[in-house]
Design a binder for this molecule. Structure first.
Ligand code: SAH
Length: 217
């Protein structure tokens, strides 16, 4: 039997080790960690990579894209949540759907947008067996946000932008937060919090994401 077939105690143990490592790396948000303990990350990568699924690395998911590194998924959720609930949440760059699954148990509603159609189809197939009723996937250019579902209490961008797209700031609810990797070769996490029409920015650690691209394919 393959690792994928057996969400077995073996996968659960690998996940527990991953969560212990995240804690040792400084993630303190127990809600984020508990959510990551639940989601079978090995279901979101090709079977040949399943043995690496709980390592703290990004892995290829096809179409020159990657599933994000567990530390960064946890860190972005921790920064978005600090001192409040996620509420209605928009994810830009659904990729294989992993982070959407993690967000599902923490946020009230999750809208996840992906620009590459076949990847979105894969995310749908990956998420279907998990039966997550509050996750909606959409094929669109997420640099425009998702106007029809705005405003959002939380927006997480899983691809690096050169600048912060104006549409994403505009689609934040009052008190809402946006986390986004900003930069080219050197990127940093940027947290933006909306207070009225004032946007307060704080910078965090260096990260490495695939680029946020315009249009759909
Ligand atoms: N969230 C994923 C990570 C996916 S990698 C996870 O859970 O692991 C980032 C994804 O962002 C890629 O699939 C890429 O196609 C997508 N992306 C890049 N630019 C985008 C845009 N403008 N709109 C929507 N998705 C975009």
């Amino acid at each position: 039997m393959s690792i994928r077939q057996a969400d077995s105690s073996q996968a659960a143990r690998a996940r527990a080790r991953m969560v212990d490592r995240l804690r040792a790396q400084g993630i303190q948000d127990s809600v984020a960690l508990a959510a990551m303990m639940q989601v079978p990350r090995h279901h979101f990568v090709e079977e040949g990579l399943a043995y690496s699924a709980y390592d703290d690395t990004a892995l290829p998911i096809g179409f020159q894209q990657t599933i994000s590194q567990p530390y960064v998924v946890a860190r972005m959720i921790e920064l978005l949540r600090a001192g409040r609930e996620l509420g209605r949440t928009l994810e830009i760059g659904a990729g294989c759907g992993y982070q959407a699954a993690v967000l599902s148990s923490i946020a009230t509603e999750v809208y996840a947008v992906e620009r590459i159609r076949p990847l979105l189809d894969r995310a749908r197939a990956n998420l279907r067996p998990l039966r997550l009723p509050n996750v909606r996937l959409k094929h669109a250019d997420g640099s425009l946000g998702l106007p029809e579902a705005a405003p959002f209490d939380s927006i997480v961008v899983a691809a690096a932008a050169i600048g912060v797209p104006r549409a994403l700031k505009d689609q934040l609810a009052p008190g809402g937060r946006l986390i986004i990797p900003v930069g080219g070769n050197e990127q940093r996490l940027l947290l933006i919090e909306r207070q009225g029409n004032v946007f307060r920015e704080s910078g965090y650690e260096a990260v490495r994401f695939v680029p946020l691209l315009a249009g759909t394919e």
